[in-house]
Design a protein around this ligand. Structure first.
Ligand code: NAD
Ligand code: UFG
Length: 346
């Protein structure tokens, strides 16, 4: 089976390329490299020993996208391409809505024209309203607090409407919780362009000496240690969830939303302590005020994914911490300076 992957040079996309290639799928990748480096794809080739075509194009460019569909025939699409920084989406809403909505609409139009009707979409736990009881279930109330979240919500709705209008379509809306960790080879990973917004890349940059200390946003939440709780999921587990989703899509029509999480929450302090203990490094931190828009606690009910996709997250918090550190230690400047990703850490 040949799968088209948008945003495949990015963090989750590159890990999913590895798992698909390892499972024998053929892939074609498109990415405009706005938040990634082509080096990630060279590393995917190195890990898997397999080659695949790459198109440096913007998915919003219908002519360029059509050329890819002209040159290949696809059995399905995984749509990762999108902008994802919550804070930036608040200050640049038009950029976020344009990129995330137009890329999805253009992709739907081209897929329709080339009779490709199966799509896996990268959605997010951020589509759930913050006032839901936990754990979050697929039928929990939806509602967002920032333009990024609304763009994910709107793309879900677009795909629901497309599938309702034409019964040949099938779409799985995968709602990720908090992806962290990297491939155990330490060759591919998360490489934020600026100051990291997310917890794990900030911790690893403190550990490697690129940042002085971690600011913990809020120590007065109604949680056992006062810090925020999230459902961290190893990106390799997440990537395997996409392989399971693509397989499931072959016998499915319609549209469905599925959580990809572990079902277990950990606090920021638990994450810091686990990182320190697993890797034998010290993470200086300071507890500062809460970050606007953060909730105290968020974790998934992953039973639907267990039931329908026969998938469950297997990796531990220690695995997430160990693998993230291996990547950062071997690639202190991310993909910025390709040092060959020599893995020396054990
Ligand atoms: P990422 O930024 O590493 O990957 C996204 C990729 O899409 C990048 O390589 C970027 O260059 C590319 N891209 C963006 N706009 C494009 C366009 N118009 N045309 C072509 N390429 C384009 O992010 P990621 O963490 O791998 O996230 C992948 C997807 O998962 C995104 O849609 C994101 O919203 C979603 N998601 C991520 C998280 C998370 O915490 N990482 C959580 C929930 C959902
Ligand atoms: N945190 C800190 N210091 C930091 C960064 C984060 O204390 O420097 C804390 C946050 O306050 C939160 C936890 O660490 O309690 C996790 O924060 P992240 O920024 O890593 O993740 P979020 O849960 O805020 O958001 C992430 C993605 C969103 C996605 C959401 C899905 O960034 O895109 O998960 O649940 F929508």
């Amino acid at each position: 089976m040949n799968i088209f992957i948008t945003g495949g040079a990015g963090y989750i996309g590159s890990h999913t390329c590895v798992e698909l290639l390892n499972e024998g799928f053929d892939i074609v990748v498109a990415d405009n490299l706005s938040n990634s480096s082509q080096v990630s794809l060279d590393r995917v080739r190195r890990i898997t020993g397999r080659d695949f075509p790459f198109y440096e194009i913007d998915i919003c460019d219908e002519d360029a996208l059509s050329r890819v569909f002209e040159e290949h025939s696809f059995d399905g699409v995984i749509h990762f391409a999108g902008l994802k920084a919550v804070g930036e989406s608040v200050s640049r809403p038009v950029t976020y809505y344009s990129n995330n909505l137009i890329s999805t609409l253009t992709l739907c139009r081209v897929m329709q024209r080339y009779l490709v009707h199966k799509i896996v979409y990268s959605s997010s736990a951020t589509v759930y309203s913050p006032d839901n009881p936990l754990p979050l279930r697929e039928e929990s109330k939806l509602g967002c607090t920032n333009p990024y979240g609304w763009s994910k919500y709107m793309c879900e709705q677009i795909l629901r409407d497309v599938a309702a209008a034409d019964r040949r379509w099938s779409a799985l809306l995968l709602r990720y919780f908090n992806p962290v960790g990297v491939h155990p080879s330490g060759l591919i990973g998360e490489d934020p362009r600026d100051i990291p917004n997310n917890l794990m890349p900030f911790i690893t940059q403190v550990a490697v000496g690129r940042r002085e200390k971690l600011h913990i946003f809020g120590g007065d939440y109604d949680t056992p240690d006062g810090t925020g709780i999230r459902d961290y999921i190893h990106v390799v587990d997440l990537a395997k969830g996409h392989v399971a989703a693509i397989k499931y899509l072959q016998g499915f029509t319609g549209v469905d939303a599925i959580n990809l999480g572990t079902g277990r929450g950990f606090s920021v302090l638990e994450m810091v302590r686990t990182f320190e203990k697993t890797n034998g490094v010290n993470i200086p931190y300071e507890i500062v005020g809460r970050r606007a828009g953060d909730v105290a606690c968020c974790y998934a009910d992953p039973q639907k994914a267990n039931r329908l996709l026969h998938w469950r997250a297997e990796k531990t918090l220690e695995d997430m911490c160990r693998d993230s550190w291996r990547w950062q230690y071997n690639n202190p400047h991310g993909y910025g300076r390709d040092d060959g990703g020599n893995v020396t850490l054990h």
